[in-house]
Write a protein that binds this ligand. Sequence first.
Ligand code: SF4
Length: 183
Amino acid sequence: MRDLPEDRLAALIRPAGFFRVKARRLRALLDWILARGGGDVGAALRGDPEEVRASLLAVHGVGRETADSILLYAGGRPFFVVDAYTRRILERHGWAAPGEDHDALRRRIEASLPRDPALWNQFHAEFVATGKEHCRPTPRCAGCPLEGMLPPGGPITGGGTPRRAGSARPRGGARARARRPAR
Ligand code: SF4
C-alpha cells in the first residue's frame, strides 16, 4: 500500500469521499508506521502511551480523535475515544459541558472506568451504536437504553446547563422532550 502512487491510492478509496485529502493523510500515516514500526502497526504503537500519542499527533492529518481511535482500536492502548456520538450523548444527559475540551473529557471518562482498553473499546462501541440507533440529530429517546437516565425535562439540546457527570437521577419511563438538537 505504501508503494502505491498517491493517485492510485486515491482511486481505491474514492467511495470514502474526500479521497484526495484522505490519500495524502493515509500516505503520511503509512510513512509513520514504516518509520516507527518497520511497517508493523503494533510495533509502531508500542512504547510510552503519551509519547506514542504525541508522535501520532505530529502526523499530517491526524487529530486527537483519530489518534485515540488508532491507539485504542489498533493498538489496545489506554485512550478513550471521544467522538461526536460520545459527546452528543454525554451533553444531552448533562454529563459533559458543550464544547468541553477533548482531552479533559477523555481523561474524565477514563478516570471513571476501570483501566481496561478492551472495556473502553466495548464502551465506545456502545456509544456509537446508541448514537446511530437513538441519539441522532433529533433524539429518539423512546426505547433508548439510556432513556431512564435522562435529566428531568428530557435531553438537553440546544443549550442548557449541564450538571456534573453522574449527577442525573434515573428517571424510568420518562418521556423525552425532543427539541431541536444543538447539532
Ligand atoms: S435517551 Fe435520548 S438523549 Fe439519551 S442517549 Fe438516548 S436518544 Fe440520546
